[in-house]
Write a protein that binds this ligand. Structure first.
Ligand code: SF4
Length: 216
């Protein structure tokens, strides 16, 4: 199956689940698509995401056209960061990626402290996801495997977390029976597991599917 065919199958399934989908071919097209989904003056917030960096979305949010609750301002204390996370729940738009998107139209995400998955589920009026084609998987089993063998190890490497996967490049429970199997490190980034399927609130979740790999 070609990348285009996989994107089309995922897009149809996500739409069936009451999510909006926008398909673009290249990462250079993402920022313009995001801008088209925002309004000047919107309060916007983000979940940790390499994909937003790679596509210039963070730069867009810092352009001055929006009120950006910027979690990346140097020198923020733990408490200030927590305040940004809490205020993010009432943002007009929340932007992040998804650890995996299944061809059945599900979003699968695993968080360490859950601020991102919490905002995806409830709070912000609009949730905009930027998803590279590398994150498309057949089903939830493959999604869980993707987190254990790619997303989590690469993220622990990026964030310098002292975990088994940061050192070995794969989860210590990659062959575990359950998706929540894993390490007992205080730095573990896999703690809260969320699958989103059919949405009662139509159009709240907007998925931008990109025909190129992005992030982890
Ligand atoms: S459970 Fe631990 S070892 Fe496994 S992927 Fe998550 S952080 Fe890495």
């Amino acid at each position: 199956m070609t990348v285009r065919e996989r994107i089309e199958i995922a897009a149809a399934a996500l739409r069936k689940n009451n999510m909006d989908v926008y398909c673009v071919d290249t990462k250079e097209q993402v920022a313009a698509q995001v801008a088209a989904l925002l309004h000047e003056g919107d309060t916007v917030a983000v979940g940790g995401s390499q994909s937003l960096d790679e596509t210039g979305v963070i730069d867009l949010l810092r352009s001055g056209d929006y009120r950006f609750l910027d979690r990346y301002v140097p020198g923020l204390t733990r408490e200030q960061l927590r305040e940004i996370y809490v205020e993010s729940f009432s943002a007009d738009a929340y932007l992040c990626s998804s650890n995996a998107v299944t061809l059945r139209g599900e979003l699968y995400n695993v968080d360490g402290n859950a601020n991102r998955v919490a905002a995806m589920c409830f709070g912000p009026r609009s949730v905009i996801l930027v998803v590279g084609c590398n994150k498309l998987v057949a089903d939830l089993d493959e999604a869980a495997q993707r987190v254990k063998t790619a997303a989590a190890p690469l993220n622990t490497k990026r964030l310098h977390c002292a975990t088994y996967c940061e050192e070995k490049g794969v989860c210590m429970a990659a062959d575990g029976e359950f998706c929540t199997d894993g390490c007992a490190s205080p730095a573990r980034i896999c703690c809260t597991y969320v699958t989103m399927g059919y949405q009662r609130e139509a159009h709240r979740i907007k998925v931008i599917l990109v025909g190129e790999p992005l992030g982890f």
